[in-house]
Write a protein that binds this ligand. Structure first.
Ligand code: PEP
Ligand code: MG
Length: 292
């Protein structure tokens, strides 16, 4: 199978009738880029930046972050790299953030909520990202969004950061910016949200959890955690329609994006990008190339 799939290396992910779907890869560390290249992904659709914040005693500074982001951009040599801003909460061991214990961390103080509440942390990451944007094709993606107001707040902070870099005469660029659609609220508001962002990436792991009210971490609920649930699939369709109404592109970066029993359906729904584990890139590409 692997050698059969190898013939898809170097090929475009395009259906027989000529519809292009970008097949990107998900990564969680800098060394993972090797697997992205090995499997010939067309870009990185989700770079979880948590690795910078975990397993240590203090926040990573701007230089450390800048170096990591720049390295990935340079290794990808012009291919798109979508870096997701910090998505951490009380479910993770980050004592230095003083998050405390929460009864329900999945619905708690996490991700963009921390970033908007503690803008110093957010600004350090944004400064590093805007500076790294000079070294390749960067896009930034914000997790756990539920409202247009949050997007407007983010934009204000990005503008502040850009102004600071300008004044400090540090080279920077403002990259493409999108949001994760992983809450039912974001799906329901997708049409309005699409007016304010460059793209959407659907996080089906959390979207399934919140749509079905099934804790994704609780093994006891495995038989109920069904991302094929019609409610989840309709959420995806609604998100695609919301994005396309405003001419924005939309991808899937949750695990479901790699489910090849659904690839045809996703393409029919109008999905523009699928970001999957590096080992699944050629599988998904072969599915796309085989379909009409
Ligand atoms: C998701 O929720 O589908 C997603 C891609 O993000 P994470 O798995 O990191 O929560
Ligand atoms: Mg998520």
């Amino acid at each position: 199978l692997r050698s059969l799939l190898a013939e898809y290396k170097g090929r475009e992910s395009v259906t027989k009738s000529g519809r292009k779907v970008n097949v990107y890869a998900n990564i969680g560390s800098v060394p993972d880029v090797a697997y992205v290249l090995e499997n010939d992904a067309e870009g990185i659709g989700l770079f979880r930046s948590e690795f910078l914040y975990l397993g240590r005693n203090s926040l990573p500074d701007e230089t450390e972050q800048f170096n990591a982001y720049r390295q990935v951009l340079q290794m990808m040599a012009g291919k798109k790299v979508i870096i997701r801003t910090l998505d951490i909460g009380a479910d993770k061991n980050v004592d230095y953030l003083g998050l405390g214990k929460e009864d329900n961390p999945a619905m708690g103080y996490r991700a963009i909520r921390i970033c908007l509440e503690q803008p110093e942390i957010f600004k350090t990451q944004l400064r590093a990202l805007l500076r790294a944007a000079k070294y390749g094709t960067l896009a930034i993606m914000y997790p756990m969004i539920i409202s247009v107001e949050e997007v407007l707040d983010i934009q204000k902070i990005v503008a502040e950061v850009a102004k600071e870099l300008e004044e400090e005469k540090l080279p920077y660029a403002i990259p493409e910016q999108g949001i994760m659609i992983e809450t039912p609220a974001a799906v329901m508001m997708s049409e309005e949200l699409a007016e304010h962002v460059d793209f959407f990436s659907i996080g089906t792991n959390d979207l399934t959890q919140y749509t079905l009210a099934i804790d994704r971490q609780n093994n006891r609920l495995d038989r109920f955690y069904n991302p094929h649930h019609e409610a989840v699939l309709r959420m995806i369709q609604m998100t695609v329609d919301g994005a396309h109404k405003h001419g924005k592109w939309v991808g899937i970066c949750g695990e479901l994006g790699a489910d090849t029993t659904l690839t045809t359906r996703f393409v029919q729904m109008g999905i523009d990008e699928l970001s999957v584990a590096p080992s699944m890139v050629l599988n998904v590409r072969s599915k796309i190339c085989e379909m009409e």
